[in-house]
Design a protein around this ligand. Structure first.
Ligand SMILES: C[S@@+](CC[C@H](N)C(=O)[O-])C[C@H]1O[C@@H](n2cnc3c(N)ncnc32)[C@H](O)[C@@H]1O
Length: 282
């Protein structure tokens, strides 16, 4: 019988997570305990381990197991034009305000397998901005970055993605953006010509550029409140004044110190315009 999350010994779990940090440098100590428990429960089921100590023995058995464990703590859930209304706001209210920039830097932070980045590339292309844009596509999980770079996705998802595309205001033939083969599609290479794929850990890495548009959606929900605040400061440090920050549906600036420097475009959507320099930028 596999242990369920409510049977976990939290002290043992937190010590294990702390040791993992010392051994690997990956710091999950300030993620929300609920999300860590849920993830670990899934790993126990997939690996058919009965309890945490069996899992720990496996993780410490070799560096491949440790790496696999770290990667499997990530939640990959994503889709193209996820929450189409948000992409519609980006198309109709955000991109027109960024059109004057000679180079538009966009950051898809916590990009998972890259669907968000391809959706952005298509939208920027249709709005005549792609040729002077750079999309930085980053995640903590190297495996996800590899899949994003490949730009190959299951055919079975294309019906849903086409509907999302149209609901987000797209009016071209969505199938013109990819080639089909067997049960997969491959996005046109041109869509990734201005993408930069990189490993970036929002918990431990710093700001690396100044962006006009940052999407960090459905990532903060896995973090505890203090960590959310720290990551929001990092995003704020990375965003130009008059730039836009997009968060996930269940995320907000409410608990952070940066909220005062932002205006929300249209409630309830988490699309924020930065109206004032952050404290570290004054
Ligand atoms: C649920 S997915 C969200 C994907 C996409 N942003 C979206 O909304 O569809 C969460 C992503 O956050 C990434 N992630 C988790 N912790 C991270 C960290 N410390 N730094 C960067 N990415 C992280 C995970 O690897 C995963 O790809």
């Amino acid at each position: 019988m596999t242990q369920s999350p409510d049977q976990f010994d939290d002290e043992f779990l937190m010590q294990f997570i702390a040791e993992l940090h010392s051994r690997s440098g990956y710091d999950f100590r300030h993620y929300s305990l609920t999300s860590i428990r849920r993830r670990i429960s899934r790993i126990l089921q997939v690996q058919k381990f009965s309890d945490l100590s069996e899992l720990k023995t496996w993780v410490y058995s070799c560096s491949d197991a440790e790496h696999e464990f770290i990667e499997s703590l990530s939640v990959p859930t994503t889709s193209m034009f996820r929450d189409p209304e948000v992409f519609k706001i980006i198309r109709t209210a955000v991109l027109p305000m960024l059109k004057h920039l000679p180079l538009l830097r966009v950051w898809s932070a916590g990009c998972s397998t890259g669907e968000e980045a391809y959706a952005l590339a298509i939208m920027l292309d249709e709005e005549g901005l792609y040729d002077r844009s750079r999309i930085y596509v980053t995640d903590i999980n190297e495996g996800f970055i590899g899949r994003a770079r490949a730009g190959i996705f299951p055919m079975r998802l294309m019906k849903e993605y086409t509907t999302n595309y149209m609901e987000s205001g797209g009016c071209h033939d969505f199938s013109s953006y990819f080639e089909t083969g067997y049960d997969r599609i491959v996005f046109n290479g041109r869509l990734k010509s201005n993408m930069v794929f990189a490993h970036h850990n929002l918990v431990s890495d710093s700001s690396f550029n100044e962006f006009g548009l940052i999407l960090c959606r459905n990532v903060l929900i896995y973090f505890g409140t203090p960590l959310q605040g720290r990551v929001l400061n990092l995003l704020d440090d990375s965003l130009r004044v008059d730039g836009y920050l997009i968060l996930g549906e269940k995320e907000s600036l409410r608990m952070s110190t940066i909220g005062g420097g932002y205006e929300q475009l249209q409630r309830p959507y988490k699309v924020f315009r930065k109206t004032a320099p952050g404290l570290s930028q004054t």
